[in-house]
Write a protein that binds this ligand. Structure first.
Ligand SMILES: [Zn+2]
Length: 380
């Protein structure tokens, strides 16, 4: 399921002398001169290499922890950049192929663009089959106007429509798309049920933490609800309202769900005035802890009682490699602080209340105490 982020502000108006004009010329040349065709392929790869370098310079700055004057945001950016380099997802930096529209059309996606750069790491060179437009290797199809997605990795769309993206914008998209992975929204334990709510919840978190509409109030509601939500009484603050409006307009699964059964979704929207999620800081360390505990719950739910206790002792607490104790040790002070914040506290309290986990942890009290202390830190 592609997670597409659409943003009006990103595509800048074109000037008469910029790339848009040039690209039109190149298309015309290509059709009449076979030599130009191969040049254009090479040009597309050169352009990709340049853009890849720009993005990785931004990621390097992000990883240094100095990308933002606000320490909390700098840490969020650092976590997100670490996530796409060392963590569970890989970063795909995408630029158009030399035949982006035609290639998409040949693959049955008229109106979309074929992008190259899938699976290309820093310093690598993109490649795709220039002779067979139906061969999808090394490419990905993207809807026009899309600036990023989360599908088979964190995908960053760099040059569609001739847009030029600032460093801050690149890093914000990495934060947004990484959150789609970090929130484990499809997971049995921490996930969000139902396709419409699942889409809304993950987009709401992603837009909020990337900083979208951060100029709007997070506590006061002065704006009017959109037509589709009139009289539903599900908004608490202007920022929530603005993100709702954006998701309703741009994300069909949520829109269809809302138009079919607004009451049920309105209740859920009202329950999440600000983001609630298992990993609102995009931390690889929080993810390690979550995935291990979730795996334990999944694998032991149907086990007899003693087998479950043995499993948690051998495979979770004392397992070779990294035990859960080591994962808790690895949490930074910033990670620990995040567990106590409202949005993560709610989800983690739910996880730690899982009967299988709770029962097993009651026999391993040190670990249980340590996990509970993350959610409910002892008063100092
Ligand atoms: Zn998104």
């Amino acid at each position: 399921m592609p997670k597409t982020r659409k943003r009006k502000s990103v595509v800048k108006p074109k000037t008469t002398s910029d790339k848009a004009e040039g690209s039109v010329d190149r298309v015309a040349d290509r059709s009449s001169d076979p030599r130009r065709k191969s040049e254009s392929y090479a040009n597309a790869l050169d352009r990709h290499s340049e853009v890849l370098n720009v993005v990785h310079q931004a990621v390097e700055l992000g990883r240094s922890g100095k990308a933002d004057p606000d320490p909390k945001r700098a840490q969020l950016i650092k976590n997100s950049c670490d996530w796409v380099i060392d963590g569970p997802s890989r970063l795909n930096v995408l630029t158009e192929t030399h035949d982006a529209s035609r290639r998409a059309r040949k693959q049955g996606a008229a109106g979309s663009m074929a992008m190259c750069g899938v699976g290309v790491a820093r310093g690598g060179r993109a490649a795709y089959n220039q002779n067979d437009l139906t061969d999808p290797s090394g490419t990905m199809l993207m809807a026009k106007g899309c600036v990023g997605s989360f599908k088979g990795g964190v995908n960053l769309v760099m040059s569609q429509g001739g847009n030029e993206r600032t460093r801050d914008d690149i890093l914000s998209t990495i934060v947004h798309e990484t959150q789609h992975d970090a929130d484990r929204h499809d997971d049995a334990l921490g996930g969000d049920r139902g396709p419409a709510w699942n889409e809304y919840a993950t987009e709401f978190r992603a837009y909020w933490i990337e900083g979208e509409y951060s100029d709007k109030s997070e506590t006061a509601l002065t704006g009017k609800p959109p037509e589709a939500a009139k009289g539903m009484n599900c908004f608490d603050n202007d920022r929530q309202l603005a993100i709702f409006d954006h998701i309703y307009k741009g994300y069909p699964k949520f829109r269809q769900g809302w138009d079919t059964n607004p009451e049920e979704l309105a209740r859920k929207v009202a329950e999440m005035p600000r983001p609630v999620g298992i990993n609102l800081v995009n931390s690889i360390r929080v993810n390690d802890l979550y995935t291990t505990l979730a795996q334990f719950v999944r694998e032991t739910r149907k086990m007899p009682w003693l087998a479950r206790i043995r499993f948690i002792k051998r495979r979770v607490i004392e397992r070779k490699g990294r035990s859960v104790h080591a994962m808790v040790d690895a949490l930074t002070d910033d990670d620990k602080k995040a567990f106590g914040d409202d949005g993560m506290k709610e989800k983690w309290t739910f996880i730690l209340e899982d009967p299988a986990l709770k029962a097993a942890l009651s026999h391993c009290s040190t670990l249980g105490d340590r996990l509970n202390a993350l959610v409910d830190p002892p008063a100092r």
